[in-house]
Design a binder for this molecule. Structure first.
Ligand SMILES: Nc1ncnc2c1ncn2[C@@H]1O[C@H](COP(=O)(O)OP(=O)(O)OP(=O)(O)O)[C@@H](O)[C@H]1O
Length: 244
């Protein structure tokens, strides 16, 4: 269950943090952080501010390490930052940071246009992907008139539609209602691509291959979900008793 042991037994990782250092201004988030991620389904857990979003942003090249190296799909995020978005899908915790177009159709079509599809082709693809999720009626809707959960769903569809080689999800289900969450959980489990997902929804992570528990920018525990989630729950209950 130690980070060192995990690194020894797992070749060909999707993501490698090698002595990465990262700070938000004065606040150091990671200091010489090393971790290799290669399983098909990896969950990231940890209390608020433990570094989950920062880890995902570093892996996507949205943030760069001040020291050390982050490698995603074999690409150094510092030197190959521009190549990463075409291969790695990223879902922001806050949909408003992701959404840039007025209508749902245009938002989903954007990625296809970026890949070189004509506007007409891209809009057709957007409609096809909305229909896969039973939401064709959203095509012409104004994104900012949608609820938070609906916006989150649009962002998730936009990410999945481009069929990236690796998918990074930052709390994808935070605002989704239970039936939508369950439907998406099934859709995600069925995907071939590897997924790294930060979540406070521990039940969702139970069938994953590996869970990494972050605490203050360090790996507190790392291993099979049943071990890591149980230890995390036990710690949360201890913390709760101390608060009351
Ligand atoms: N934009 C920012 N400016 C300054 N500090 C930040 C910023 N974003 C995050 N931090 C700090 O970086 C640290 C790690 O934050 P991060 O968002 O990675 O944590 P997290 O585990 O994703 O938290 P949460 O569960 O609340 O989403 C925290 O101490 C946080 O206060």
């Amino acid at each position: 269950m130690t980070e060192g042991a995990a690194r020894l037994v797992r070749p060909n990782p999707h993501i490698i943090f090698d002595q990465a250092t990262f700070a938000h201004g004065e606040r150091v988030v990671f200091d010489g952080f090393s971790l290799s991620l290669q399983e098909r389904r990896i969950g990231l857990i940890g209390s608020n501010g433990s570094g989950k979003s920062s880890l995902l942003r570093l892996a996507h090249g949205l943030a760069l390490p001040a020291g050390g190296i982050v490698t995603t799909l074999g690409l150094n995020t510092g030197t190959h930052r521009k190549q990463i978005p075409s291969q790695v899908g990223f879902l922001f915790q806050n949909p408003d940071r992701q959404i840039i177009f007025p209508t749902v159709g245009e938002e989903i079509a954007f990625g296809f246009q970026e890949r070189g599809d004509t506007r007409r082709e891209a809009m057709h693809q957007a409609l096809v992907w909305l229909s896969r999720f039973g939401r064709t009626d959203w095509f012409e809707r104004v994104v900012h008139d949608l609820s938070e959960g609906q916006k989150q769903l649009v962002c998730l569809i936009s990410v999945l539609a481009l069929e990236p080689s690796l998918i990074l999800l930052d709390e994808p289900f935070a605002s989704l209602d239970l039936s939508t969450r369950l439907a998406f959980a099934d859709q995600l489990q069925a995907l071939d691509q590897p997924i790294v997902m930060a979540s406070h929804d521990l039940d969702f992570l139970a069938p994953f291959d590996r869970v990494v528990w972050l605490e203050q920018g360090r790996v507190r525990a790392d291993g099979p979900p049943r071990d890591v989630l149980e230890a995390y729950r036990a710690e949360a209950h201890r913390g709760m008793r101390e608060l009351v």
